[in-house]
Design a protein around this ligand. Sequence first.
Ligand SMILES: [Zn+2]
Length: 489
Amino acid sequence: MIEKQYLYDRKTIMVATNAFGMGIDKSNVSFVVHYNMPKNIESYYQEAGRAGRDGSQANCLLLYGARDEMTNKYFVENINNNNDLSSLDIEQIKIKNREKLKLMTQYCHTANCLREYILQYFKDETGIQKIKDTNNNCGNCSNCLSVFEEIDITKYGQKILSCIARMQEKYGISLIIDVLKGSKSKKVFSLGLDCISTYGILQELSNDKIKDIINYLAREGYILLTTTEYQIVKLTDKSRDVLFGGEKLFIRVPTQNNNKLYDSDCIGSSLINKKYNYSRDYKSSNFNKDLFKKLRELRLQIAAEQGVPAFVVFSDSTLIDMCNKMPKGNRELLNVSGVGTFKLEKYGQKFLQIINNFNRDDETNYEVSNKNVSYSELLDFVRDNFVLDEKYLTLTSIADKIIALVMQKNVSNFSNKSIRDNIKAILVQHRFIEIEKVNNKSHIVATGKGIQNGVTVENRIGKQGTEYLQVLYETDIQLFLLQRLDMII
Ligand SMILES: [Zn+2]
């Protein structure tokens, strides 16, 4: 029930387990929050990938904690053997899943580009190259949007590595931390680990900080975390470089935590606070929110009538494009991304009506402040506000643009056809175009002079599949016409 309400946009937030996410087919999800760390990158990518399918800006936030790792470890070690797999097969599955969980955990801890991490994981060479070309900064993930500073942690790294060596590379992370912290636990005493020289040498750091550094060392290959049931920490060739070769270790942290890196609660959580950037949300971009709201209401109404989810009618990005382009007729509506002939026929009229009504509301506001506008003021207003941003326009669109501006001054005694006729007359007079009559129908033909001055001809296919030539007017001609505006309106 709730699922259906969510699917049909009657509810905007859905809280569910990941099992729900698998079946959901909804393209306008704009925010996915993970309250747990998934078991591997494949799952995370699939679940987070529910956001932004319609091409709109979307955000994903991954909240994680050490407990998630423990829970996932439990599931990795306790496989349901429904298929009577051999113990060898089971062991191999476990090894594979332990490795995947390790890489998922490292994703949560990395301070490098998160997108690059995922591309590396899926070995997407083209994607990796693209990020390399932009200085390993995708410009969109929380790490790339944060300002980091590199902190020298060489002395901590050396102490940890040397502790691992003195514990003879036989133990896991939690016991290593216990020894470094000088824990008085039974296990430490019974194994005689309180007698080694690294016992209690990192008392100044919290358990979490030590764990963060251990994770960093593993990510960068300075140590190896085995994929055995009880994970053991091993040294690598690179560890020797730090212990004996003078290699320095740097960890990246957001600048705001620079001074009190090891006083704050947890590096991971501070990254999250800093990382998430609301300002990139499309909701803050520049389009008319009131119109968007009205279009959404209509969409919801149609969706309810037809018993389909709202995004099946139009996606959010299509509605936003409508707000930006403010189409007046079918032809202009077809220029809105996500509107094809099928949807135009099915929903076009209703949406155009809302947009046109909205325009009229705007005009009413104008009426109050612009009761008497002189002809020369009107000409100036149109010339000043006609934006020459589209390189190629048809006569109809030029006329539409002029009418839209004229109407802003509460003047409405021009039709698209009368403006088109006036423009044609000017262009014929200057021999930029000629009017040809074929089968009693008149066609515009560009002349050589016209083509030199910005008239363009494009080959197009009409609705019946017949080819025709569309004459278009470049910005030079648009400007030429504006200079003769007094002959047009
Ligand atoms: Zn990035």
